[in-house]
Write a protein that binds this ligand. Sequence first.
Ligand SMILES: [Mg+2]
Length: 169
Amino acid sequence: MNRLFIFDFDDTLANFSMYNSWVLKQPIKVLPHIGGTIKGAVEVLDFLSCGGDSLAMLSMNVVLDNELKWKKLKRVGMDRWFNERNAFFVRHKTSESILGICGKREKDRCYMVGNSLDHDVFPALEAGIHAIYIPRPWFISWLPRRNPKDERFHRLTNISQIIQHYDGL
Ligand SMILES: [Mg+2]
């Protein structure tokens, strides 16, 4: 429907990213990668792209070099939707980096999807676009936080709900 969805990578599209980044950094490859895509992520990316929406990825990357960060994406099959044109790696996610991806689009048709209030939700709301917050269950339990009061803030319990709630987002 001609919206833009900007996805966070770590713990929004892919599991155990910190561990897997660390494995990629090791000079000797003895440890296995674990996990893969988050349940439902593939279906959501297909649903959005088949429906005519645009996809982008904004990922925080401080540890991996250029070759390894693409390797990390490819390992979980994300190169099917993301490439040099729509995947962005930054040291910090800011409202400026988000607005840079949105370009000239109407802000009301842009969505940042992520599992972090600090790194995904707040920069998106500051940029004036929608924020879809999908916290991981283990994360909520030990760090209760208050949801931001903003009509562009949407909290979902899993990524598949993007399909169920699509019209109301
Ligand atoms: Mg994340």
